[in-house]
Write a protein that binds this ligand. Structure first.
Ligand code: ADP
Length: 347
């Protein structure tokens, strides 16, 4: 639904051109981006002139046209005057040897839980790790990492990441207004993402793990294109509805030439306390089949685990709670696999 609406938005927008550059407003000209979420559309127009008056008519027409699209509840258009004629350059700069994005097609599949435990597993392997929570729709990393305070600024006006369990954390939730409904967040998102990279004193890192927002919208694309990603890991549950969205994620990374390091199957099965049998609640082997089809590595499966959920809510990742737990070993194994993969690619 959201892809269809975005493509309709761009169909309308390309009927209008920037009066100065004469370039139509369409993604290939790099002068428009749109986010569609819960019926609300946020559009960013990169215009060539500081004098916004000359864009008034275009904004009005664009708004009226897009409001007619079934499923659209509101349209918010923001202008920025930075002209970026080229394809986006790698403008987010950070001293990390490897930057890995953790992605999912849809929310609630365990992406943040994976990002947190994966970051801690890498730390356990002796790496210097940063964890960036870029999930604009529901930043949950601070809670899962047991972090309740907000970051402070240093003399260089850079935010100091908050460290817990040896991992440096930053969350977009720290700088987006928590009270503002998601609809108003759109215009703040791009600036906030840039601040997460360039405005944070990350120091030297072996790995920066980014917990991406779910889906394949504009924020995800900006991140994939503007940061020097070493690769991405896609999380999905085995059921078809999750896989359909995960496929879109895989295709997005392929389109923007980001390596897919592999797919993780989360919530693969549940071992019942009384019968000790595996129950495949969300279907069986969905992700491994998908990995074969797309020829991307299958990195492993993680069962539904009550303790994982409970401790995660308390801000104690399973690897900290009990490093000897089978689940902790699974996360460590995945981290080792990825580290080997990434080192192999460097060599
Ligand atoms: P997402 O980032 O994809 O939205 P989360 O990581 O926030 O998903 O997970 C959603 C909920 O599911 C959280 O309450 C989390 O504790 C729980 N959860 C995630 N993975 C598992 C798992 N393997 N077993 C049990 N609960 C899980």
């Amino acid at each position: 639904m959201s892809d269809k609406i975005l493509s309709l938005i761009y169909t309308f927008s390309k009927k209008f051109a920037d009066p100065k550059t004469k370039l139509a407003f369409e993604p290939k000209n790099n002068n428009i981006s749109a986010i569609f979420r819960d019926g609300n559309v946020n559009i960013f127009l990169q215009v060539s002139n500081e004098e916004i008056n000359i864009y008034k008519d275009i904004i009005k027409l664009l708004k009226t046209n897009i409001e007619q699209i079934p499923g659209v509840l509101s349209v918010n258009i923001a202008l920025t005057s930075e002209v970026n004629k080229n394809k986006p350059d790698k403008k987010f700069k950070i001293k990390a040897k490897n930057i890995i994005a953790i992605a999912s097609g849809k929310g609630g599949v365990g992406k943040s839980t994976f990002a947190v435990n994966f970051a801690i597993a890498l730390k356990s392997l002796g790496m210097r790790v940063g964890l960036l929570d870029a999930d604009i729709y529901g930043p949950s990393v601070p809670r899962m990492m047991g972090i309740s305070k907000k970051p402070e600024m240093n003399q260089n006006k850079k935010l100091i990441p908050i460290e817990n369990y040896g991992v440096k954390c930053m969350s977009i939730g720290f700088i987006l207004d928590n009270e503002a409904p998601t609809i108003w967040r759109g215009p703040m998102v791009m600036k906030a993402l840039e601040q997460m990279f360039n405005g944070v004193e990350w120091g030297e890192l072996d790995y920066l793990i980014i917990d991406l927002p779910p889906g394949t919208g504009d924020a995800q694309l900006t991140l994939a294109q503007s940061s020097k990603l070493s690769g991405s890991i896609v999380i999905s549950t085995p059921q078809e509805v999750a896989l359909t969205d995960a496929r879109k994620g895989i295709n997005m990374f392929k389109k923007v030439d980001v390596d897919i390091l592999g797919i993780i199957e989360n919530m693969s099965y549940f071992i019942c306390d009384s019968c000790n049998e595996k129950h495949y609640i969300f279907s069986k082997d969905g992700v491994i089949k998908e990995a074969e089809k797309f020829r991307v590595p299958f990195l492993g499966n993680i069962p539904i685990n009550k303790r994982l959920r409970e401790q995660s809510d308390k801000g104690i990742p399973i690897l900290i709670d009990n490093p000897e737990d089978e689940l902790s070993k699974k996360y460590l194994l995945i981290a080792k696999k990825i580290d080997e993969m990434v080192n192999f690619r460097h060599s």
